[in-house]
Design a protein around this ligand. Structure first.
Ligand code: APR
Ligand code: ZN
Length: 230
């Protein structure tokens, strides 16, 4: 009975129309990440940052899970071993595809945070710098997203699940951003089998035992079918 840890990136949501960060017309080719995805950028111009995430929240709402999201939810519910789903994505397409207990290590568009008192609540569709925190009532709200330079969430749970896994699978991530990009070398060091599923080889492709390329909406359901019927 194999325990599996899965790490997903923007590539799994690309075919749902949410785009990626570093592909040719990715988000970071159209926005300066220092302006919209760092605490410094937020303190310089909170309205710009809220607008950026309001637009991404609207895109996410208009998007639908694709067969890759659905397949991972099927794997979670039918596989005899434990399937831990970690995502770098801030969209909720895994959950809308039926996945449970998804670990959003970079936060989620559906969450709001008060950077003064630390309160968390479900994010409204549109946030702005003046909207008051429901707890301390100060205008100190931000999207509950982990920005560059901040500590990703759920790292302890992820490390636990990684070292207990028999297989580590990275899906649709370029292997550019740590600590997520380092999971494959941690898995290898622990003697855990590694598999990459991606449209094209990632920057960390050389560290994977097995690599399958193709669109996630095709190769993820194929892989899940194999696991469930083996
Ligand atoms: N199917 C499978 N993989 C795809 C598809 C697809 N249809 N389309 C693109 N990809 C792959 C690309 O080949 C690339 O490897 O998705 C990956 C996207 O890479 P990035 O844009 O760098 O996204 P990601 O790896 O998730 O970025 C990690 O960086 O900016 C931060 O916080 C942000 O969570 C993000 C993190
Ligand atoms: Zn507060």
């Amino acid at each position: 009975m194999t325990d599996i840890l899965i790490l997903t990136g923007a590539g799994i949501s690309a075919e749902s129309g949410l785009g990626t960060f570093r592909d040719k017309d990715g988000l970071w080719t159209r926005y300066d990440l220092n302006e919209v995805a760092t605490p410094e950028g937020f303190s310089r111009n909170p309205a710009l940052v809220h607008d950026f995430y309001n637009a991404r929240r609207a895109n996410c709402l208009a998007a639908a899970p694709n067969p890759a999201h659905d397949a991972l939810a099927r794997l979670q519910s039918r596989h005899a071993g434990r399937v831990t789903l970690v995502t770098q994505n801030v969209d909720d397409l895994h959950e809308r595809g039926g996945a449970r207990d998804v670990l959003h290590m970079h936060g989620a568009l559906s969450g709001a945070l008060c950077h003064d008192c630390g309160a968390r609540w479900p994010a409204p569709a549109v946030m702005d710098p003046l909207s008051p925190c429901p707890d301390c009532h100060r205008p100190t709200t931000r999207p509950d997203i982990v920005w560059f330079g901040e500590m990703p969430y759920h790292m302890e749970a992820i490390q636990d699940a990684l070292l207990r896994a028999d297989l580590f699978v990275a899906i649709g991530t370029s292997g550019n951003v740590y600590p997520a990009a380092g999971f494959v070398s941690e898995a290898r060091a622990a003697g855990i089998a590694t598999l990459e599923l991606n449209l094209e080889p990632s920057d960390t492709v050389g560290q994977f035992d097995t690599v399958r390329t193709g669109p996630a909406s095709q190769i993820v359901p194929d892989w899940v079918e194999e696991v469930l019927t083996s």
